[in-house]
Design a protein around this ligand. Structure first.
Ligand code: HEC
Length: 106
C-alpha cells in the first residue's frame, strides 16, 4: 500500500516537473535563437547596438515582430521559421518592460 502511494507520488512529481520544463522551453529556445541570429550584429562592438529587451513593452515587441523586415533585417528574419519567431517573441516578452513574472520562480 505504501509503495503504491510512493509510486503515485513519483509519477505526479515527474509530470509536474516535466510540464514546467516544457513551459520554459519556448523562451529558452528563443534565447538561443537570439544569441545565434540576432547577436551576430547586436553585440558589443558589433554593427548594431546590443538590444535592451526591457526597452519596450510586450505589446510593442509583438507589433515589432509583426512588421515586415527590410534592409539589414530582411536576411536574419527571413531565415527564421514561424516557430523560432514565436519562441523569440516569448523570450522578448519575458524581459519586456511590463513583465514581472521573472521576479517569481518562472
Ligand atoms: C545583419 C545585422 C543584424 C542582424 C542579424 C539583426 N539586426 Fe537588428 N538591427 C541591425 C541594425 C544595423 C539596426 C539599427 C542600428 C542599431 O541599432 O545600431 C538594428 C536595429 C534593431 C532594432 C531597433 C529597431 C528600432 O526601430 O529601434 C531591433 C528591435 C532589432 N534590431 C531587433 C533584431 C532582432 C530581434 C534580431 C534577430 C532576429 C536582429 N535585430 C538581428 C542589424 C541587425
Amino acid at each position: 500500500m505504501k509503495k503504491t502511494l510512493f509510486v503515485t507520488l513519483c509519477i505526479f512529481c515527474l509530470v509536474a516537473f516535466s510540464s514546467s520544463a516544457f513551459a520554459a522551453k519556448g523562451w529558452r529556445a528563443g534565447k538561443k535563437t537570439y544569441k545565434s541570429v540576432c547577436m551576430s550584429c547586436h553585440k558589443r562592438g558589433g554593427e548594431a547596438q546590443r538590444l535592451k529587451l526591457n526597452q519596450w513593452s510586450k505589446a510593442k515587441w509583438t507589433k515589432y515582430f509583426a512588421e515586415e523586415k527590410k534592409g539589414k533585417h530582411a536576411d536574419p528574419w527571413g531565415q527564421l521559421t514561424d516557430e523560432e519567431k514565436d519562441n523569440l517573441l516569448k523570450y522578448f516578452h519575458k524581459y519586456a518592460k511590463d513583465d514581472h513574472t521573472r521576479l517569481g520562480c518562472g
